[in-house]
Design a binder for this molecule. Structure first.
Ligand SMILES: [Zn+2]
Length: 136
């Protein structure tokens, strides 16, 4: 699988970061780190925008993150119309900040900034794969 299978709608063509999807297949949500200056990237980048080095390594986003902020999307953009409502969130993990969707299993009334979340790969319809935030 490659980036063509990532998410509900693909916006990303084949890229140098296509290993990201292979890691999802293995159950890991990964970010990248620049070996030269130590900057962490999510979504993963294979070229550091700070120091322009291409010497990067992958690392897994593990453990508990904290919800920074979120928004409920009631009217989805093109390709996501049938999927709304869903919740987009920003979650701070130890080394990296991650943007993504909250599991639909978490009710809106239960969502609170600061709540603990983990990030896990999820299977999507049509042999696609993505990731989402779930309760710890
Ligand atoms: Zn760098």
């Amino acid at each position: 699988m490659s980036f063509e299978n990532f998410g509900i709608v693909s916006f990303t063509a084949e890229t140098k970061a296509s290993d990201f999807v292979s890691y999802l297949e293995k159950g890991q949500v990964m970010a990248t780190r620049c070996r030269k200056c130590g900057t962490n990237y999510f979504p993963p980048r294979m070229d550091c925008s700070k120091c322009l080095s291409s010497d990067v390594e992958w690392f897994e986003i593990k453990g508990e993150g904290k919800l920074v902020t979120y928004t409920v999307v009631n009217y989805g953009p093109t390709g996501f119309e049938n999927d709304a409502p869903y919740t987009l969130a920003i979650v701070d993990f130890d080394k990296v900040r991650v943007f993504g969707r909250l599991s639909k299993g978490i009710k809106e009334g239960d969502i609170k900034p600061g709540m603990k979340l983990k990030v896990l790969p999820v299977r999507l319809p049509g042999d696609r794969i993505g990731y989402e935030f779930q309760r710890v």
